[in-house]
Design a protein around this ligand. Sequence first.
Ligand code: PMP
Ligand code: GLN
Length: 413
Amino acid sequence: LPVRYGAGEASVWVEYIQLAAEYKPAVNLGQGFPDYPPPQHVIKSLSDIASPDSFLLNQYTRGYGHPRLVQNLSKVYSPLINRQLDPMTEILVTNGAYEALYSAILGHVDEGDEVIVIEPFFDCYDFMIKSAGGVPKFIALKPKPTESELTSNNWVLDEKELTSLFNPKTKMLILNTPHNPLGKVFNREELEVIANLCKKHNVLCLSDEVYEWMVYEPNKHIRMATLPDMWDRTITIGSAGKTFSVTGWKIGWAYGPQKLMRNLQVVHQNCVYTCCTPIQEAVARSFEFELARVNTPECYFNSISRELVSKRDYFVKVLRENGFNPTVPDGGYFIIADWTKLKNKIDLTSERDKYQDYRFTKKFAKEAGVLTIPPSAFYSEQHKHLGEDFARFCFIKKDENLALAEKLMKEWN
Ligand code: PMP
Ligand code: GLN
């Protein structure tokens, strides 16, 4: 029988989670997930549901989204996008942000359509576009030289190059802000450039905003859907896993105008149909809890950035003191750090991988006991070299584990 996918279709997640299981590195700063408990009310909302009184919550719920959840999503987002979101027609609940991306891409991209993807990019975009028959067109963010410290704001798109990618075949552009892995939070001017091109060429914008709550001052998260005349051509994606630090719950959503959302609904109703009821109910209750304190500093949407910014600052310093050159992220929970000053401290010849960031991260995990992710996984084949000098560190980890990483890196150095 024909083999459709061979070893070429490797996934950095499959490979590095396997690596973590095999080598048991002392600290895992690889895959992005918190190693400490989510807010207590979030856990409680799920445990409350596991009761005989709630027995109906063990059955199927509404396919496009559990009513209590879509109603709460509408309450959360309507004020943020300055329009009343219709919970029944403008929101779709999905199996994680992954399925929201998949439904949006499969629901819109036809054979031969071009999709503009900004590099580095969350790796699944490429596969999803191609499986719909589309053609990804890549453009890389590049660091512009700076006298002061390198931050993710210094990574920019070349406007001319971006403009040149738009043509009559362009169907969609995928934006990710705050950005994984750079931590870049696109500012208004940058979003306007993208928005104006999308409008001029009648292109959809798929805006992956799963890290929307993790933004470090003075940066502000701006939703693409709020830019002038962008609502009609934007599908925005969020994730309960990121919002409440429960990545294993795998509930996500997309919102946008009804005529676009219909295309996602049709993919969803035939491929997934409905998502896990008890988890949707627990996410709904967690939103209700936060909505009751939404304008207070204690609201998790506000407190998570405060909690993370001190971890970011600490770990940036650790990286600098240990021979790395980090890009300070303005959002999200990853740091990209250039490791090439450490080249002569590490012998990479024993590793067989094609790209040197894979060789470095593997050897570094084995020698120092700190697992990270190779960023070339976030580039197209022709641009992988742009990621090879870096390693991605996840910092949504207990302070004691970040301190252990520091100790191990010092010893290794
Ligand atoms: N988009 C980006 C940029 C991500 O980093 C992730 C990883 N969680 C996802 C989408 C998928 O999110 P989920 O776990 O909710 O499927
Ligand atoms: N979004 C997370 C990351 O970038 C997890 C991705 C995954 O496990 N597929 O690390």
